[in-house]
Design a protein around this ligand. Structure first.
Ligand SMILES: NC(=O)c1ccc[n+]([C@@H]2O[C@H](COP(=O)([O-])OP(=O)(O)OC[C@H]3O[C@@H](n4cnc5c(N)ncnc54)[C@H](O)[C@@H]3O)[C@@H](O)[C@H]2O)c1
Length: 255
């Protein structure tokens, strides 16, 4: 089935790596102009080059999505390329797998700021454009940790539960005006996410506690497999899907 995603601009945060890069390549292949928003400008440029080589349209808008000024600039950049039609809130960082008692302020604040506040800032910034057009799709990359307590530490878990709440409220509030808002919950995916933390500081007890639950998962995913679901949710074919919290976890959440 060919997905309808042409004639629109889609912003994908964290598209310099992993799930975001895979989603950017797929959205561009389906006809969207992709705005690659990433803290890492070099990685963002690489993604745009890959898309351009494949015959797609993309541009870089580098910046920290946890920063209001950067968000305003990214959205303003995006509107210079045509009608804004989609947003993928994908940029994210891990925590140190620690419970609340062992979580320091810096880890908590970073996780909440990047994983939850940044998606809020972006949703708030794109909504006026989507509402004016009367159509638009927002896809938030949450996590298994968005629906269960045994998938990460307190900070990451709280941030991803927050993303699920933001997703549902946006779906409910703006659905009748043509806006769809859905969340994808990946299980384990082979990406660079662990490089977002100082791995020497990981709470080994917390990491170990995830093990038995995670073993129920069938397998770890490739970024492309998560991106396929993201691309579908962005496209017009998903018109009846709004407020959905969709795991793509090889069966982890079924355990
Ligand atoms: N990899 C997994 O197993 C897994 C599982 C569940 C959920 N997720 C979620 O998937 C999303 C994508 O992660 P990934 O696994 O592809 O990781 P990744 O580290 O490969 O990619 C994340 C990208 O986000 C960018 N980024 C980080 N902070 C940013 C900021 N403040 N502003 C702009 N860009 C920023 C990084 O530079 C990087 O390019 C995250 O939200 C993560 O929580 C990942």
């Amino acid at each position: 089935m060919a997905l309808t995603l042409s004639d629109r601009v889609v912003i994908i945060t964290g598209a310099g790596s992993g799930i975001g890069r895979a989603a950017a390549l797929q959205a561009a292949a389906a006809g969207a102009h992709v705005v690659v928003a990433d803290l890492n400008e070099h990685a963002a440029n690489e993604t745009v080059e890959l898309i351009t080589q494949a015959g797609g349209g993309a541009s870089v808008s580098a910046g920290n999505v946890a920063d209001q000024a950067a968000v305003d600039r990214i959205v303003a950049d995006a509107t210079t390329h045509g009608q804004l039609g989609g947003l993928v809130n994908n940029a994210g960082v891990m925590d140190l797998f620690a419970g609340a008692a062992e979580t320091d302020d810096a880890t908590w604040e970073r996780c909440i700021r990047v994983n939850l506040t940044a998606p809020f800032l972006l949703v708030r910034a794109v909504l006026p454009h989507l509402l004016e057009a009367g159509t638009g799709s927002i896809v938030n990359i949450a996590s298994e940790a968005g629906i269960r307590g045994a998938a990460a530490g307190a900070a990451y878990t709280a941030s991803k539960h927050g993303v699920v709440g933001l997703t549902k409220n946006t779906a409910y509030t703006y659905g009748k005006r043509g806006i769809r808002s859905n969340a994808v919950l990946p299980g384990g995916v082979e990406t660079n996410i662990m490089s977002s933390i100082d791995q020497s500081k990981i709470n080994q007890d917390g990491l170990g506690a995830i093990g038995p639950v995670h073993q129920t998962a069938v397998r770890n995913a490739k970024p492309d497999e998560i991106a396929a679901l993201v691309t579908f949710l962005l496209a017009d074919e998903a018109i009846n899907v709004n407020g959905a919290i969709v795991p793509s976890d090889g069966g982890w959440s079924a355990g």
